[in-house]
Design a protein around this ligand. Structure first.
Ligand code: SAM
Length: 239
């Protein structure tokens, strides 16, 4: 079932060959997103082509800049309706995925999607990142941590770097101009033991709006005092 031809073709140009089953999984995901969106607020984007471009393709753009065949585990902080982690999991089924979101309604949606798509090794956790990152199972554990549209980078460093293992990466997915956020995050990077390694950019294929991915390397384990208590990283960012 391939409804959106350009999607599979453009991914194929990037070296990602989707099987019929994977194309079907994207289609079911789209249908569930629109269906559940009528009952709860998941996304402002519901037109099929737009969902494929602004949610699915945008989420997968991270995989254009990092070799996901070398990545084993990812954590997606503030995943909302599953972005970017679920499109990445569909395209790279070997991944072990942990999703953390503080809104239980969204977690219930995500668990339903995971079940309907038949995805394995996806764990959807209801909780604040600040609390979950204190648990030994999740602290300094993940090869790659992602966050899209959750907070400014100075706050995200404190929410996401505690999940990232030493030598792993936090990929912050940003819009048109992240430079001011990068400039603002010098102190939080130092405190959370992160270092900006690269800033990648790309444009969405049709809408053409610009996107950036700030790739941050975790240099050392997380100092004991971080993250601070839930709510503080966003209310009082380390700047
Ligand atoms: N990443 C998704 C996307 O790109 O479409 C969702 C973005 S949505 C604007 C932000 C999400 O982050 C919400 O689902 C919210 O519940 C979650 N969130 C905000 N603060 C959080 C925290 N401290 N811990 C976990 N989730 C959080």
């Amino acid at each position: 079932m391939m409804r959106i031809q350009w999607f599979a073709e453009m991914l194929s140009e990037r070296g990602i060959q989707l099987s019929e089953r994977q194309n079907e999984q994207f289609h079911i995901y789209f249908k569930l997103l629109v269906e559940w969106n009528e009952k709860m607020n998941l996304t402002g984007i519901t037109e099929e082509e737009a969902v494929y471009e602004k949610h699915f393709y945008d989420s997968l753009s991270l995989t254009f800049f990092k070799d996901f065949n070398q990545v084993k585990s990812i954590a997606d902080i503030g995943s909302g309706a599953g972005f970017p982690s679920l499109p990445i999991k569909i395209a790279f089924p070997h991944l072990k995925v942990t999703i953390v979101d503080s809104l239980n309604k969204r977690i219930l949606f995500l668990k339903h999607v995971v079940e309907q798509l038949g995805l394995t090794e996806v764990s959807c956790i209801h909780g604040r990142a600040e609390d979950v990152a204190r648990q030994a199972d999740h602290r300094d554990k993940y090869d790659l941590v992602t966050a899209r549209a959750v907070a400014r980078l100075a706050s995200l460093n404190e929410l996401c770097l505690p999940f990232t293992k030493k030598g792993g990466y936090f990929a912050s997915m940003k819009g048109a101009s992240p430079q001011d956020e990068v400039d603002e995050s010098v102190k939080s990077l130092k405190e959370l033991r992160g270092q900006v390694e690269a800033v990648f950019n790309m444009a969405l294929p049709f809408e053409q709006s610009e996107r950036h991915i700030v790739m941050i390397k975790k240099l050392e384990p997380t100092p004991k005092k971080y993250p601070r208590k839930a709510g503080t990283p966003i209310k009082e960012p380390i700047v």
